[in-house]
Design a protein around this ligand. Sequence first.
Ligand code: FAD
Ligand code: NAD
Length: 475
Amino acid sequence: MSDSFDVIVIGGGPGGYPAAIRAAQNGLTVACIDAWRNRDGSPAFGGTCLNAGCIPSKALLESTELYHRARHEFAAHGLQVAGLAADLATMQQRKANIVRQSTQGILALFTAAGVTPLQGRGRLLAGRQVEFTGHDGAQRLLQARHVVLASGSAPTPLPGVPFDGARIVDSWGALEFSEVPRRLCVIGAGVIGLELGSVWRRLGAETVVLEALDQLLPMADGQAAKEAARHFKRLGLDIRLGAKVTAADAGADGVTLRYTDGNGEHSVGADRVVVAIGRRPYTEGLLGADTGVRLDARGCIEVDEHCHTTAAEVWAVGDCVRGPMLAHKAREEGVAVADRIAGRYAEVNYRTIPGVIYTAPEIAWVGQTEEQLRAAGRTLKTGSFPFAASGRARAMAAPAGFCKIIADAGSDEILGVHVIGPLAGELIAEAVLAMEYSASSEDLQRTIHAHPTLAEALHEAALAVDKRAIDALNR
Ligand code: FAD
Ligand code: NAD
């Protein structure tokens, strides 16, 4: 096998593997090095997203939502379910199968595209040499014309609450529980805290979520965050805001977490603790001496708007660089870099990256929130439409939430779209496309939406921007 490639990608997650495939599609010779090993030691491409993030969390969210609905909502459909029980072992096996299928799929895609897969660690050296150390310890020195760094991120540890892999775990540990904890405490009411908190709460865990900030979901639209808080409360998530954890005492009966809030000092007991206070860029052992690649103050690999690092012909994408830590952002950057390397035009529109939280109801958005826009002094018009007024949502027994569209009062250009409700993560795609084309709310108003669909709610929200909604009162 040649030791020289046009492109070497280090990291095979959603940033790295699409970069490798696109580079090969562009006629370049490509190797993709990935170090991921699962708990049983088996190597697997796909990074955090496929092995321990997006995909396994969504598998458990789906199973547990079905269980929750069967318990609490099926009766309203006239469906009586006798002897309903959650079989966690089967649920976990199903999740593992989905993960395996997905990660093995990447190897098949590499073979088809002609990408050389190398499982082990990569280390960039000066002059775009790459030291590859296989899982068996064997080393090879490779040479590349271009290197793409896509080393991802790792959970941020919390001082005083050290991970022990058993009772105090990160999100990966929380996806692997073999028993439903009786008492669960999640530190951080961010995306992971709310998604995984929902999973275990639905299965019966008494779940406390401790959040340092005084506000829930500050990145979401204020009205959507308020609506979400109501639903989390109804589910039984005990979210305590302004709670700063100071220490964890592990004993025979579990873990006692001590925290302070505006009312003083408190403690809460738990059988399992999940620390989900954010992730940090992961670059351990990635860079040798004199590579010219600089890190910024937060430990991110420094890149320009084209994902070019401070070293010639070395690029970096995904969670290890600035910007939101999202799989679709990583993927778009990876593909764009592979096109740029091949001399093609490529651009990532950072203003239209959607965000989705896969709770029930789902929360999704693109663009800016009303709060951000008003703080920036923009003059706005907004339109909302509740799912309670959507025939399809009512038929699905999913009338919670709304679609909200924010447009510039003068030009009518859509500046932000916020959806909380059934399949919000699917609905937001239309809004992303609209904003990508700088659509006005009138453009959406004049687009035909099939009836009866949830997407009609987005259409009606666009009409409501001009107080012309048909199926709801225009206020
Ligand atoms: P990663 O996926 O972390 O991949 C990096 C890869 O590089 C890893 O395989 C790592 O082992 C490898 N690597 C690192 N250093 C080296 C080295 N020196 N040599 C070789 N290989 C190396 N995002 C979403 O958009 N939607 C979601 O629903 C979602 N859910 C999530 C749920 C959880 C529980 C978590 C933890 C994250 C979730 N994310 C989600 C975030 C998403 O997983 C990340 O944004 C995404 O994986 C980033 O992709 P990446 O390729 O940059 O990094
Ligand atoms: P996050 O940034 O979404 O949330 C972390 C939360 O922890 C914040 O609300 C923060 O205020 C809080 N926090 C920080 N320090 C704290 C402390 N000491 N005590 C209590 N609370 C504290 O991070 P996350 O939930 O860990 O997720 C990590 C990354 O993974 C995010 O960037 C996210 O985008 C990504 N992710 C995305 C999805 C999705 O797209 N659906 C799902 C899971 C994870």
